[in-house]
Design a protein around this ligand. Structure first.
Ligand code: NAD
Ligand code: TYD
Length: 359
């Protein structure tokens, strides 16, 4: 039975990936999820699978070398899928150090521990061991408004925010392990994800939550910054396909050619909420464009991200299954059905964060 060590599995993409993997492989795999449970980590996301005999949760910090090495010593790990990170650009602008610690040092600890467990005396590796580093398209920097420019795997790394700089550093470290030690790893650089379990500090769940409550919808700058949105399950599928069918040592971009300006995203959410809520729902009275509020721009705000997914398509045959209009409906439906989840994550510290961020 293949054993996976997933880091950051209690976060947004990690928890969707774990659900996807159990749906796909059932009892034929084992997953160990290591997560320190920061504000973004939530075991509620995994309550449906928590009792599976082939699932184990370990509360540990990826920067804790001893704790991570112990997991490798006690388990014969076949796959590492490394999600754990500080992931929010706005938080990185306010407090960059934790991004360097978790994203760079934490990745170094993960790489070292895996190498120690997998490398043989002659410098080769135990057969069929693989490490996948989950990264972002933000490492490539920003594209001009011109919609014919795209990020390729060969695009020079040019990060602007402390978040993207820390992810670019971790990518470089993985590349150094591949080049220096022939370490069996892949790097994936994915565009913006959306879907169930996303923490409402990110654009899409924040807008859904605010609109439902009749709160203002904060738009940074002129609202014309472009992001390339991908339904999170399509990301999970891509990670699995790259890890099983990709060429070791290669980097793959993941994106579904779904570029939209932020203001378009907000309008689609408002429209979809109104379509999906029954006429009798009193919230319908306040869900309209009057909620849209332009606020000060994010410092160093990248203008446009757009992935060219040609390589992943040609190499492993990946294409996304869920188009944006359908994905946003699935996402909104999930948030409708999980009002308690939203209430729980937005109580306490979130209130403080929101008041400070949007003052
Ligand atoms: P998230 O913030 O929702 O989750 C991060 C998880 O990592 C949380 O469960 C948190 O508790 C855990 N974590 C943080 N620090 C840790 C530490 N020191 N030790 C152990 N666990 C720790 O993030 P996400 O949006 O799910 O992103 C996951 C990964 O995917 C990140 O590496 C991110 O850079 C990358 N990524 C995200 C997107 C996106 O749109 N969200 C797009 C491309 C790539
Ligand atoms: P976000 O979801 O934070 O993802 P990222 O910065 O990693 O791309 O933001 C997506 C886009 O939405 C980005 O251009 C910033 C913008 N944005 C707003 O306009 N208002 C908001 O309240 C937030 C959180 C983001």
């Amino acid at each position: 039975m293949r054993t996976y060590l997933v880091t950051g599995g209690a976060g947004f993409i990690g928890s969707n990936y774990i659900h996807y993997m159990f749906k796909k492989y059932g009892d034929s795999i084992r997953i160990i999820n290591v997560d320190v449970l920061t504000y973004a980590g939530n075991l509620e996301n995994l309550k449906d699978i928590a009792d599976r005999p082939n699932y184990t949760f370990v509360k540990a910090d990826i920067c804790d070398k001893e704790a991570i090495e112990k997991i490798f010593e006690e388990n014969d790990i076949d796959r590492v899928v490394h999600f754990a990170a500080e992931s929010h650009v706005d938080r990185s602008i306010k407090n960059p150090e934790i991004f360097v610690k978790t994203n760079v040092l934490g990745t170094a600890v993960m790489l070292n521990a895996a190498r120690k467990a997998w490398e043989k005396e002659d410098g080769t590796y135990i057969e069929d061991k693989k490490f996948l580093h989950v990264s972002t398209d933000e490492v490539y920097g920003s594209l001009p408004d011109d919609d014919t420019a795209f990020f390729y795997e060969t695009t020079p790394i040019d990060p602007h925010s402390p978040y993207s700089a820390s992810k670019a550093s971790s990518d470089m470290l993985v590349k150094a392990y591949i080049d220096t030690y022939h370490f069996p790893a892949n790097i994936t650089n994915c565009s913006n994800n959306y879907g169930p379990y996303q923490f409402p500090e990110k654009l899409i769940p924040l807008i859904i939550n605010n609109a439902l409550q009749g709160k203002k919808l904060p738009v940074y700058g002129d609202g014309k910054n472009v992001r390339d949105w991908l339904y999170v399950e399509d990301h999970a599928k891509a990670i699995d396909m790259v890890q099983e069918q990709g060429v070791i040592g290669e980097r793959y971009n993941i994106g579904g050619h779904n570029e939209k300006q932020n203001i378009e995203i907000i309008r689609i959410i408002l429209e979809t909420l109104n379509e999906m809520l029954p006429d009798s729902d009193p919230r319908k009275a306040h869900i309209n464009e009057e909620l849209i509020t332009y606020v000060a721009d994010r410092k160093g705000h990248d203008r446009r991200y757009a992935i060219a997914p040609d390589k992943i398509k040609a190499a492993v045959g990946w294409t996304p299954d869920t188009m944006f209009r359908e994905g946003i409906k699935l996402t909104i439906k999930w948030y409708f059905e999980h009002e308690d989840w939203m209430k729980n994550v937005t109580s306490g510290d979130y209130q403080k964060y929101y008041a400070e961020m949007y003052k």
